[in-house]
Ligand binder design. Structure first.
Ligand SMILES: Cc1cc2nc3c(=O)[nH]c(=O)nc-3n(C[C@H](O)[C@H](O)[C@H](O)COP(=O)(O)OP(=O)(O)OC[C@H]3O[C@@H](n4cnc5c(N)ncnc54)[C@H](O)[C@@H]3O)c2cc1C
Length: 451
């Protein structure tokens, strides 16, 4: 009964189309600088006639105004999606997104792009399931190809404990309408023929959980698509503008100090993955967050060889193949805290051992480049999407190693929270107070290494 109620509150009923006909964007809408032309085969042909000299800028680069209704700090996917839905769903367009670097240059542009919804707790399934539903039509919604590719995702089991954890999660997910299948080792081999299922492997494959509608998307395109959509609706995206402090009077938000001057705003929303604690400290708050480096790497390009996403918590590796042919390979976060955007070599060593163990065929593959980001992790491995104790201050943070997949759903519910000064039913549980009340949303098993 509890689960059925949750299914209604967090589940399929909440996955209703967005206002304005989700998936059917207006043919031509008015941006802040005039009509924004839609991308289509016709606009491509039209611009080809002019040697592609006539394309509009995808977004403007305005100077910040002295005052806005809402200032969003951080132009990653979550901040930009929030701005887009504030404008589109709530008609709040006097909004600035201020970014200390370039938009999409944080974790949104550094992640391994895995999109799935198979978390354990009802509240998580609600928000990740909502996001997954939005992913399905996001390219049409934004009129921007985010290259969402639901190619299926295998979550491997190598131990008795993994099998039990997967079985428990299957039951929980199915009750909320997320379809998962269990594959035995032979079926795993049929689905992804290059996996080593030999019983002699260091960690033999005992089975896998398959979510068929999970997959990957193009990370930069998500940031660019939301930026274009928000800009077209009048949102100012101000890059190279670092927030250095908050103006708070009588417990109420009044604005932000930035490297480009003070900007007044009665509502300020902070979405600065990797630096949430730094921003919170500026407002005199302490968050239950630890910041760790998380790295990933890509191989030289290969011909199509891997048709799915595969992840293993036990051997600490996950891998998919990008459209360019590179293998995109990730592992766990570094154990130490750091704000250096690079990971340590021992994680890569372990990751490569695991990769070769699972895929002997990759043993002579050369790696092309690696990079890192900083991930903010809450003790229960779930995010905070909530109002803060200061009136007019909102935080969306703590997505840890897995917030890319949540971008559309998170932006949608966070915009609702800011516009109504009250949470959407899907983020009502993701409060800061849960760390004092004990109502934690423990996703340490479902999040763990695997995104
Ligand atoms: C290597 C790696 C692999 C990952 N793989 C996956 C995956 O496969 N699937 C998945 O779902 N998730 C994954 N993640 C996690 C995911 O990338 C993040 O959860 C998500 O991108 C967070 O988005 P965001 O918009 O909150 O943050 P960001 O994209 O980091 O944006 C925050 C922005 O805030 C800006 N900022 C910070 N401080 C200030 C300031 N003082 N003033 C102004 N601006 C500021 C930053 O410059 C940044 O651009 C991965 C992360 C990493 C690092």
């Amino acid at each position: 009964m509890v689960c059925r109620d949750h299914a209604i509150r967090y589940g399929r009923r909440e996955f209703a189309p967005l206002k304005g006909g989700h998936g059917k964007p207006p043919r031509r809408y008015r941006g802040a600088t005039g009509p924004v032309s839609r991308y289509s085969i016709f606009s491509l042909a039209r611009n080809a006639l002019d040697y592609h000299r006539g394309w509009q800028k995808v977004w403007r680069s305005p100077d910040p105004k002295p005052e806005y209704d809402v200032v969003i700090v951080g132009a990653g996917g979550h901040g930009l999606a929030t701005a887009y839905y504030l404008a589109k769903e709530h008609g709040i367009t006097n909004v600035a997104v201020v970014e200390k670097g370039w938009l999409g240059g944080g974790n949104t542009g550094r992640n391994t792009t895995i999109v799935r919804a198979n978390y354990l707790q009802d509240a998580s399934t609600g928000v990740y399931g909502h996001a997954l539903k939005l992913w399905e039509t996001l390219s049409q919604e934004l009129n921007y190809n985010v290259m969402f590719s639901p190619r299926g995702l295998l979550h491997m089991a190598h131990t008795e404990h993994d099998l039990k954890e997967i079985a428990r999660r299957h039951v929980a997910n199915r009750l909320l309408g997320i379809d998962l299948e269990f594959l035995n080792p032979r079926q795993v081999k049929t689905f992804c023929p290059i996996v080593n299922i030999s019983p002699n492997a260091r960690y033999p494959v005992l089975g896998a959980s398959l979510q068929r509608n999970a997959g990957v998307a193009r990370h930069d395109a998500v940031a660019w698509g939301y930026a274009r959509g928000a800009d077209a609706r009048g949102v100012d995206i101000v890059q190279n503008c670092e927030v250095t402090g908050f103006r708070i009077e009588g417990g109420r938000m009044q604005g932000v100090d930035t490297s480009r001057g003070t900007i007044k705003a009665k509502k300020v929303a902070v979405v600065t993955a990797g630096h949430s604690s730094v921003l919170a400290a500026m407002a005199g708050l302490r968050l239950p967050i630890e910041s760790h480096p998380l790295q990933a790497l890509v191989s030289e390009p290969l011909k199509p060889i891997m048709n799915t996403v595969l992840m293993s918590n036990t051997v600490h590796v996950y891998v998919s193949q990008s459209d360019k042919g590179e293998l995109v390979i990730g592992a766990s976060a570094d154990l130490f805290y750091s704000y250096a955007q690079r990971g340590s070599i021992m994680v890569i060593e372990e990751q490569m051992e695991s990769l070769v163990d699972m895929f002997p065929i990759f043993s002579r593959l050369r790696m092309m480049r690696k990079w890192g980001g900083i991930v903010d992790i809450c003790p229960d491995a779930s995010p905070i999407i909530a109002k803060m104790p200061i009136e007019g201050l909102y935080f969306n943070c703590g997505w840890g190693t897995g917030g890319f997949k949540a971008i559309p759903g998170s932006g949608h519910v966070f915009a609702h929270t800011i516009a109504n000064d009250a949470p959407h039913p899907l983020n009502a549980a993701f409060t800061l107070e849960r760390f004092s009340s004990g109502n934690l949303i423990d996703e340490n098993l479902a999040a763990a290494v695997a995104h």
